[in-house]
Write a protein that binds this ligand. Structure first.
Ligand code: AKG
Ligand code: FE2
Length: 307
């Protein structure tokens, strides 16, 4: 990953609204989640029904019991259907694709992981090199990997690898991801903590050789919602083109004038999982830009396989 300075097109500024989930921890300037909002409304509506059922209804005890049973069943159904993960596959074309799973982890469980990681991970903010200049990385980081792997080096920085055994909850998350992605394998994890609106990751691709030609990267988001932007590489930016191995990249990237989108933006929700697959690291770059209204802390975990 050779990170570039943050070049944020004006058109990508979102219409953020403050996010406040009563009793669900913090308000961090997150984008309002329409579904969470509607869940809140439905939950409120359900509790209204429950308290209404205490009023005199004119039904006998048996009828009242039946009514309560069916009310409880429908409340459970509403809550369950809103808690269920939703999976979406996004075909970026030419062998690149994404999977986005909203509510991959349950809401409160995600906050439990957030609190643990915020407190227990030995976060550092290293000096990196961008365009030949040294600067402080604009977010906190930590690296966890199985022993004996090729070390990760990015932007002139080589993080020390902590062991999975140092942070047992990470293994729990890894197990959940492997269960959701049968056949996938991960042995390393780069953690990022964005402490507010000014923290970001600039345009880059995770195209280091140690991940091979078509790495699968599973990215879990916890805490404050942030935008994740993907932009198609120009043909001359393609790593294959740079290596002079122009054939496949040429074929994949050249056809981009066919009306396909060259840029995608996703608001990554608390507890969501985004998976990048295929040629996504070869043909696309991605970033998490600064966002004035994203005041809260966000923790991101990217699980990778070092070959
Ligand atoms: O924070 C994110 O969602 C992305 C982080 C990222 O791109 C990276 O660590 O390589
Ligand atoms: Fe990345």
């Amino acid at each position: 990953m050779e990170e570039t300075a943050d070049l944020l097109p004006e058109s990508l500024q979102p219409a953020n609204e403050p996010f406040d989930v009563a009793s669900k921890k913090l308000s961090c300037g997150q984008i309002t989640n329409e579904e969470d909002e509607s869940l809140d409304k439905k939950n409120k509506c359900c509790s209204d029904i429950v308290s209404d059922s205490n009023y005199k209804t004119g039904l006998n005890c048996h009828q009242e019991d039946q009514r309560r049973t069916s009310l409880v069943a429908s409340i459970v159904e509403v809550v369950a259907s809103h808690d269920a993960p939703t999976r979406r596959t996004i075909d970026l074309g030419h062998g690149s694709d994404l999977i986005y799973i909203q509510r991959f982890l349950p809401f409160q469980k995600s906050w439990t992981f957030f609190d643990y990681l915020d407190k227990h991970i030995p976060w550092t903010r290293p000096t990196i090199r961008v365009f030949g200049r040294s600067c402080l990385q604009p977010r906190d980081t930590c690296y966890v990997a199985s022993s004996g792997l090729t070390p990760l080096v990015y932007s002139g920085y080589r993080p020390d690898a902590y062991s999975w055994d140092d942070f047992p909850p990470l293994k729990e998350i890894l197990d959940a991801i492997c269960e959701a992605l049968p056949g996938s394998r991960f042995n390393s994890l780069l953690l990022n903590r964005y402490k507010g609106a000014n923290d970001y990751v600039g345009w880059h691709a995770d195209d280091e050789k140690l991940y091979g030609a078509t790495p699968e990267i599973a990215s879990l988001s916890l805490g404050c919602e942030r935008d994740f932007v993907l932009k198609k590489k120009k043909l001359q930016d393609s790593s294959l083109e740079k290596r002079g191995d122009g054939g496949p990249a040429n074929k994949r990237l050249k056809r981009s004038s066919s009306g396909e989108e060259d840029q995608h933006s996703f608001a990554l929700k608390h507890g969501s999982l985004l998976v990048m697959r295929g040629y996504t690291q070869k043909d696309w770059i991605h970033s998490v830009p600064k966002r004035a209204k994203a005041e809260g802390t966000r923790i991101n975990l990217t699980f990778r396989l070092v070959l």
